[in-house]
Design a protein around this ligand. Structure first.
Ligand code: HEC
Ligand SMILES: [Cu+2]
Length: 352
């Protein structure tokens, strides 16, 4: 009785314990199982066809197995050897033909969908071109139609085809926004093209989906989908003149110690992410969130400032093996750290 009680308690605890875990499976900003937009929906449909077929196979095979186990079990006192059968044409044809039919049912929508996913809208004047270059462990997004470059946070208009050209700056990476679609490899020296569509405004979480080094698991990015007017304002703000720190000492430090690798303004950066409008990004370095738990994805400048300091203090602790030196190696004073963090956190492009 007691043991039964404990078992029941454990089962209940497991059920409720797993609940929040499983609930995350449906997040609209993250989950393949809650597809957003036509590309993700099509991929989900193909997934469901194969899950359906596999479920059918499992159910039929297990039903037959259980039936045979029960029906042909050895009965008490029966020591006779059953009739020995070898080769049954009818059965062999059945279990060859049925899998072939199932494979055809699986193949037709899959091959059709794969063709659709690979459609190239790069030269479509209505599409927005984004060239994605993946580095250990960050993402660069270049918009050749507008002459602008950003990093870690992709900004796109809703309802339009976003034509991606993928390449890697070092090793192989893979571009994946689970709720929106993907994934596709970023290879060094070889470009891949595909497209995605974002149906509703919001922040979607992106990931690197190819083991690329010690900080692979931290190689996150965000995709922010906004309406067309906001997107146009963002492009105009990105194209505008760069803003530098007002204070002479801070500006001098920023230019000499940071702009050697980074850039502000519309040009790409030589080694690191473009920092233009960093204060408008949901994260620092892709993983330190600038929002508060109460208001997801609403940026809190004080939190951004804190995150920039955390990042500068020990970049290797946040993302082991990344290419940015820490404050000590850059010989920054505390005053410079504070000043630069304040400047970057308040470097906002108010386009939403
Ligand atoms: C040697 C080149 C180099 C120098 C110098 C450098 N950085 Fe970086 N920085 C990088 C690289 C590379 C990354 C990307 C790291 C990653 O995420 O893997 C980065 C990332 C960042 C990020 C996160 C960017 C984002 O999009 O979220 C910030 C902020 C930053 N650096 C600020 C600074 C500041 C401020 C300085 C000067 C005090 C500086 N960096 C100096 C190379 C450099
Ligand atoms: Cu990667």
């Amino acid at each position: 009785m007691n043991r039964w009680h404990a078992g029941k308690k454990l089962a209940l605890a497991l059920m409720f314990g797993l609940f929040p875990l499983l609930a995350a499976c449906g997040r609209a900003d993250l989950s393949v199982l809650n597809p957003q937009g036509p590309v993700a929906q099509r991929q989900f449909d193909v997934l469901m066809v194969s899950v359906g077929i596999m479920t059918l196979v499992v159910v039929v095979v297990f039903a037959l197995l259980i039936y045979v186990l029960v029906r042909f079990r050895r009965r008490r006192g029966d020591n006779s050897i059953p009739e020995q059968v070898e080769g049954n044409h009818k059965l062999e044809i059945i279990w060859t033909v049925i899998p072939i039919i199932l494979l055809i049912i699986l193949a037709v929508p899959t091959v059709g969908a794969i063709g659709k996913f690979a459609e190239d809208y790069w030269d479509d004047p209505n599409a927005v071109q984004v060239k994605v270059t993946a580095y250990q462990y960050w993402w660069e997004f270049e918009y050749p139609q507008y002459g602008i470059t950003t990093a870690q946070e992709l900004v796109v208009p809703i309802g339009k085809k976003i034509a991606f050209e993928l390449v890697a700056g070092d090793v192989k990476h893979s571009f994946w926004i689970p709720a929106i679609g993907g994934k596709m490899d970023n290879n060094p020296g070889l470009t891949n093209r595909f497209y995605l569509e974002f149906p509703t405004p919001g922040v979607y979480r992106g990931r690197c989906a190819e083991l690329c080094g010690p900080s692979h698991a931290y190689m996150d990015f965000k995709a922010k989908a906004v309406d067309q007017a906001s997107f146009d304002r963002w492009v105009a703000a990105m194209q505008g003149p760069a803003v530098l720190p007002e204070d002479d000492n801070i500006r001098e430090a920023f230019v000499s110690k940071c702009l050697t690798c980074h850039a502000v303004g519309d040009q790409g950066a030589p080694i690191g992410p473009n920092l233009t409008g960093l204060g408008s990004r949901v994260t620092v370095a892709g993983i330190l969130f600038n929002d508060t738990p109460e208001q997801e994805y609403v940026i809190d400048p004080a939190k951004t400032e804190e995150n920039i300091k955390v990042w500068l203090e020990d970049t290797q602790k946040i993302k082991p093996g990344n290419m940015m030196p820490s404050a000590v190696d850059l010989q920054l004073t505390q005053e410079q750290i504070d000043g630069i963090a304040k400047y970057l956190a308040n470097y906002r492009l108010d386009y939403e």
